[in-house]
Design a protein around this ligand. Structure first.
Ligand code: XMP
Length: 509
């Protein structure tokens, strides 16, 4: 097992996922984790992630030197590379910024670069550099701007790379990580084989004969988690709340899906009026999220008490929480995680005196999809784009009204239809329409119109942390735009969003 120590990197989870893809278990620990916590996991190797700070700044994240002396290989990536250097007496200084693809001259005699070419494409993103190495360290890679882009200390089994082997732009990054795993002699026993039966057995052990209730959102995580629970107990109750903020035909679609998958005890709650009433007059995004979260809890709680009154015994709350939801990134700027407000109902289990069961708590999204396949769930259900818990409320910018929701639903359905018809739905991470809080002038027939503007957004991404706008064919966009202005009454203009994340986010609010 490999521990990834997170120094606030955007990519700490990506590193951990890559290690698992190479067949080795991985866990993330925050940089404040104690030596005991690290030792307890009995790592075969440790990776120190990147991070946004400078190692020489006062109060910068660090680790005890003892971590480097635990007798297992340690590799630093970016900030981690600089940190090992600093802790062992090498020199780290502020340098000119290097960002993007670079060519590295590499010493493929190092075990870390075994099988590499003499020149390799690597991906850099840094403002500090290691400029001098302490005794025992050897320079094994350099780019035109960065003389020490990689180093090794064979005796102490310490390695550092200034670039990011975990991102695709480092063409042989996976091979470098693989080499590090070989240096660690890490056990390659991590597999998803039989994961379905392992998780079902585990859930059986936890639940016994007790009843479990779970909210499903129509998304992949809650669906796969519910399927595990269904196989573990006959005492599963599913609740689906229509909050009035769903996409066109979504409530019907989810009901069909649940039926097709053979779930019993399914409770559909139409709470759309309540949500819309509570959202009246609210334009601020975080306020919307709070109101929606609270309304969801109220509706869910009252459903549970209703079932309990009917004599149904429920002692567990099932949730589709996955590993990145649980292990918050150490990014200093990141405030409390708002992801999954829809079904990750914070505080609810204690309040309702329910015990928590989260069958997917240790898995990444790609692993959840694989698991879904093992469980026999069809691709159409597993490959659905992510949809935010607060739903269309964060895609109607400003105050949410029934009229605006209707326009947005129509526009969104048309866009998704065009994407599916052309095969682009599966090539994008997420795609949707948003309704801008502004009107513009147009002309239809001989009439002047004054209508709303729809923005279309389609992005490609690996994990939603960064995203690029999807290069959709012009014909597809034109066909979507002309259908939208014809069918979505009140809309007279359509824009396509070409902003990346960062600096923009995927959603508009
Ligand atoms: P952003 O907009 O931050 O979104 O780039 C990243 C991913 O998270 C989803 N998202 C949410 N999901 N509740 C959720 O369940 C939320 O409040 C929320 N906000 C954003 C978004 O759809 C994208 O996949």
């Amino acid at each position: 097992m490999i521990i990834v120590i997170d120094f606030g990197a955007q990519y700490a989870h990506l590193i951990a996922r890559r290690i698992r893809q190479l067949g080795v278990r991985s866990e993330i620990l925050h940089w404040t984790a104690s030596l005991e916590e690290i030792r307890k996991l009995q790592p075969e190797g440790i990776i120190l992630s990147g991070g946004p700070r400078s190692v020489y700044e006062k109060g910068a994240p660090t680790i005890s030197r003892e971590v480097l002396k635990m007798g297992v290989p340690v590799m630093g990536i970016c900030y981690g590379h600089q940190l090992i250097a600093r802790l062992t007496g090498s020199r780290v200084v502020s340098s000119s910024k290097e960002y993007g693809k670079e060519t590295m001259l590499c010493d493929n005699k190092s075990p870390l670069f075994k099988g590499m070419m003499r020149t390799e494409q690597v991906w850099m993103s840094h403002g500090d550099s290691v400029t001098e190495l302490a005794d025992g360290f050897r320079n094994i890679g350099s780019t035109p701007e960065c003389k020490i882009a990689a180093y090794e200390n064979e005796e102490e089994k310490l390695y550092g790379v200034q670039f990011h082997p975990e991102v695709q732009h480092t063409l042989h990054g996976m091979a470098i990580l693989d080499n590090f795993l070989s240096i660690c002699r890490a056990e390659r026993s991590y597999t998803l084989k039989n994961l379905d039966s392992r998780l079902v057995d585990e859930a059986k052990g936890i639940l016994g004969r007790e009843g479990v209730i779970m909210a499903v959102s129509g998304g992949v995580d809650s669906l796969v988690a519910a399927t595990i629970l269904k196989k573990a107990t006959a005492n599963l109750h599913l609740v689906f709340v229509d909050n009035g903020l769903l996409r066109k035909n979504e409530a019907l679609y989810v009901q069909g899906m649940i039926k097709e998958l053979g779930f019993e005890n399914f409770h559909f709650v139409d709470a759309s009026e309540l949500f819309l009433k509570r959202l009246k007059g609210i334009a601020e995004p975080e306020q919307k999220r709070k109101v929606i979260g609270k309304a969801f809890i109220d509706v869910f709680e009252s459903k549970v008490s209703e079932l309990k009154k009917k004599g149904i015994s429920i002692s567990f709350l099932g949730q589709g929480t996955i590993y990145p939801d649980r292990i918050e990134s150490a990014q200093p700027s990141k405030t409390a995680s708002v992801i999954k407000t829809h079904h990750n109902v914070g505080g609810l289990p204690e309040k309702m005196r329910l015990k928590l069961i989260e069958p997917l708590r240790d898995l990444y999204k790609d692993e959840v999809r694989e698991l879904g396949k093992l469980l026999g769930i069809k691709g159409e259900f597993l490959d659905r784009h992510p949809f935010p818990g607060p739903g269309l409320a964060v895609r109607v910018l400003g105050e949410v009204t029934a009229e605006k929701l209707a326009m947005l639903r129509e526009a969104d359905a048309i866009f998704i239809d065009e994407l599916k018809k052309s095969g682009y739905y599966s090539k994008t991470w997420q795609a949707f329409a948003a309704l801008l809080p502004a009107k513009s002038v147009g002309v239809m027939g001989d009439e002047r119109t004054y209508g709303y503007i729809i923005a279309l957004r389609a992005v490609t991404s690996q994990d939603a942390m960064t995203a690029d706008w999807a290069r959709l064919p012009h014909d597809l966009l034109e066909s979507a735009a002309s259908r939208i202005v014809r069918k979505a009454k009140g809309v007279n203009r359509v824009l396509y969003d070409i902003t990346q994340k960062p600096p923009a986010t995927i959603e508009y609010e």
